[in-house]
Design a protein around this ligand. Sequence first.
Ligand SMILES: CC(C)(COP(=O)(O)OP(=O)(O)OC[C@H]1O[C@@H](n2cnc3c(N)ncnc32)[C@H](O)[C@@H]1OP(=O)(O)O)[C@@H](O)C(=O)NCCC(=O)NCCS
Length: 202
Amino acid sequence: MSGPCGWRQDRDAPHPDPADSLLVEDDLELRVPNERDADELFLNVDTNRDYLRKWLPWVDDVTSVEDEAAAIRRIAETRENGEDCFYLIFLEGNIVGTLSLNSIDWDNRGFVVGYWISEESMGKGIVTKSCARLFDHCFDDLCLHRGALEVAVENYASIAIAERLGMRLEGITKEREWLYDHYVDASLYAITAPEWRERSQD
Ligand SMILES: CC(C)(COP(=O)(O)OP(=O)(O)OC[C@H]1O[C@@H](n2cnc3c(N)ncnc32)[C@H](O)[C@@H]1OP(=O)(O)O)[C@@H](O)C(=O)NCCC(=O)NCCS
């Protein structure tokens, strides 16, 4: 087989690299960050602090543009190592959230997704559509096999995304994440490449 999926057949061949940018639809794009994005990304986090803090554990660690710039540098390193690929979500050229491809397991062809969107951009399907574009890329271009999402059991908006994407609930992990002052249980959702393709044909 030619193209990136040739990699699926030859386990010793180098794996393909995630794209620098992915067009979701007109005016909606995913793009890897560079340090020039630090100001705008920080502003997004800072204005959404209370809302994001409810479900994301890192919000208090980001207190300045320099923290954001340092995070972007770390992101570039893990991307270079093939471990993760972090995208900014751009709506009409403005950053409205992030979508990350985490813990890429090239041996077993697995990945985990994580995301957030600004409160004012919620309710428009931006994250669902962005995840669907990323899944197409992961399964078709990167030849990965299994995508997973771990979500706090009471994060109903995020659970709705997993279900809209056709992901399967595989179980509940007890006290999976420490959120500032308490543990939360998490639901593990997943979908495999054949399941994604079957769903895409519906
Ligand atoms: C979780 C989170 C990303 C959900 O955001 P969201 O805006 O509800 O998700 P989407 O962008 O997919 O939008 C879905 C909404 O758009 C609507 N929608 C409109 N057009 C749509 C389309 N074409 N496709 C899908 N949904 C569409 C859906 O009906 C849904 O609306 P509803 O909430 O009234 O049912 C957001 O609440 C968030 O960032 N929270 C804080 C951080 C967080 O929890 N991250 C996840 C950790 S696991």
